[in-house]
Write a protein that binds this ligand. Structure first.
Ligand code: GLC
Length: 523
């Protein structure tokens, strides 16, 4: 029996609920749709946990990341009964369910905010951050929204600005008010009591800000663009509008709540921080978040050297006893198939599923769904509408199940789907991939099955091995993994039996990598 808690040996599969399976024919995915596809996740693919992006009541200004009631299911996605059924069915298949928790901000249509904005002396006024304009009428400080423009919105009724780090329809909660903490943790307990196994914490490091709301200094020299073009946002050093040390007290409280449940409940935080020490601080003394998501592979150069450096740096930054995590795609970034190129998809799969730690697989990446180009004027995503070029619609297109109408995502009767399908859906879909032994989906299935049967891949230490240029090789227990990031043959210094190759043939050899090949060798 493994002595590791379930979350350390699991593989997480992220579902963007609008885009996974529509059962009503309105073109938008729903919870019964997810339930209807659980056999795919549990048996065909073989993942251990599902994380579902928000499905709570919401005006959908940011497609659910603007929550109007934290303890509800939006009718678009179904009912609370649908949720309970989904949870039961997930558990019946031996999987875990992780839900999204959005503490930084609520919708401006949340009853708390409606009260807060109603008058300056409303008891909930201080549940959000309200400030007077500067004498010239401008916002109280220079903070910029992560989606561009001021992070403040003026409210005529009471003549003050409220803080909104994303869209103006997402008002930042004031976590320095103990009543907010109590109400938010009570809403979180609602789901833990229902039996959810864990939470993904949205923009976890944004929650606590400088209490004095000081201006952010400008970046010195050329701004570094981390992930995508944030425009004005990247002109500032974000010293005061997020990342305040008081976040750590908050996550110790969240952890204490999670730890008060049996069996063990889990948390993974969305922490986009380039400074590794600051990033690693969210493990606390292993008493804060179980895992901060590690997004570094999303923006590292896709070369053997670029990727190995990120892995080594992450391994070195993680505190003793801490557990790594890796992400190659999610609902906020361009699809990996488009970023890294189709030929590199097999080694991307092998990398993700053989490193030490918890991999998170974004729905559809197991098929290599490409980014769908959606022109700025047609973007539905608020980020894309505010900042042309930053739109996230292209990675949120419907899941491609088969070659029938709407790729099997919506029933035939549906007129259209909420976003168009990616261009190649008729050939690139689950049904077609299952029939093709060379498909990416079948590689993912082999890798997942191998990982499930291999204690070394699940828990052994990681150690980089010397290898020729273009190859990233590492040891996991008795296993050696070697990945070819180039289109050339690479001779290797290894011997042993090849357990699994990204090429589904009998030609694989421990001493040689073909173009774009990855191998797992029993050394
Ligand atoms: C996170 C989510 C993103 C959302 C933002 C605001 O970054 O992943 O989709 O827009 O938070 O909630």
């Amino acid at each position: 029996m493994s002595t590791h808690p379930w979350w350390q040996t699991t593989v997480i599969y992220q579902i963007y609920p609008r885009s996974f399976q529509d059962t009503t024919g309105n073109g938008v995915g729903d919870l019964p749709g997810i339930t209807s596809r659980l056999d795919y996740l549990a048996d065909t693919l073989g993942v251990g946990a599902i994380w579902i992006s928000p499905f709570y009541k919401s005006p959908m200004a940011d497609f659910g990341y603007d929550v109007a009631d934290y303890t509800s299911v939006d009718p678009l996605f179904g009912t609370m009964n649908d949720f309970d059924e989904l949870l039961d069915e997930v558990h019946a298949r031996g999987m875990k369910l992780i839900i999204d928790w959005v503490p930084n901000h609520s919708s401006d249509e949340h009853p708390w905010f409606l009260e807060s904005r109603s008058s300056r002396d409303n008891p909930k006024r201080d549940w959000y951050t309200w400030r007077d304009p500067k004498p010239d009428g401008s916002p109280p400080n220079n903070w910029v929204s992560a989606f561009t423009g001021p992070a403040w919105n003026f409210d005529e009724t009471t003549g003050q600005y409220y803080l909104c780090t994303f869209t103006t329809k997402q008002a930042d909660l004031n976590w320095r008010n103990p009543e907010v903490q109590e109400a938010m943790l009570a809403d979180l307990a609602f789901w833990l009591d229902r039996g959810v196994d864990g939470i993904r914490v949205d923009v976890a490091h944004f929650v606590m800000k400088d209490p004095e709301l000081r201006d952010n200094p400008l970046v010195e020299g050329e701004p570094v663009l981390n992930t995508k073009d944030h425009g004005e946002y990247d002109l500032y050093q974000h010293l005061h509008d997020k990342g305040h040390p008081h976040n750590h007290g908050l996550y110790r409280d969240v952890r204490a709540l999670l730890d008060s449940y049996q069996p063990e409940r889990f948390s993974v935080g969305e922490i986009y921080i380039a400074d590794w020490n600051e990033w690693a601080s969210y493990y606390g003394d292993l008493d804060e978040l179980h895992l901060p998501f590690n997004f570094s592979l999303l923006w590292a150069p896709w070369t053997a050297q670029g990727i190995s450096e990120e892995v080594n740096t992450a391994e070195a930054a993680i505190p003793p006893g801490g557990w790594p995590s890796y992400v190659l795609g999610n609902h906020d970034n361009n699809r990996i198939a488009t970023r890294f190129g189709e030929e590199q998809m097999p080694i991307a799969a092998m990398l993700l599923l053989t490193l030490r730690g918890v991999p998170t697989l974004y729905y559809g990446d197991e098929l290599g769904i490409p980014e769908r180009f959606i022109p700025p004027e047609q973007q539905l995503d608020p980020h894309g509408r505010l900042l042309p070029g930053a739109g996230r619609d292209g990675c949120r297109t419907p899941m491609q199940w088969d070659s029938s109408a709407h790729a099997g995502f919506s029933p035939d009767t549906a007129e259209t789907t909420w976003l168009p399908l990616a261009d190649d859906w008729a050939e690139r879909n689950v049904a077609q991939h299952l029939d093709d032994p060379h498909s990416l989906l079948n590689l993912y299935r082999r890798l997942l099955a191998y990982r499930r049967s291999s204690a070394d891949l699940q828990t052994a230490d990681y150690e980089q091995l010397a290898a020729p240029d273009g190859c990233f090789a590492y040891r996991r227990g008795k296993l050696i993994v070697a990945l070819n990031f180039t289109d050339e043959v690479i001779e290797l210094p290894f011997t042993g039996e090849v357990e699994l190759s990204t090429y589904p043939d009998a030609e694989a050899h421990a001493g040689r990598l073909r173009a774009h090949e990855g191998i797992i060798v029993a050394g």
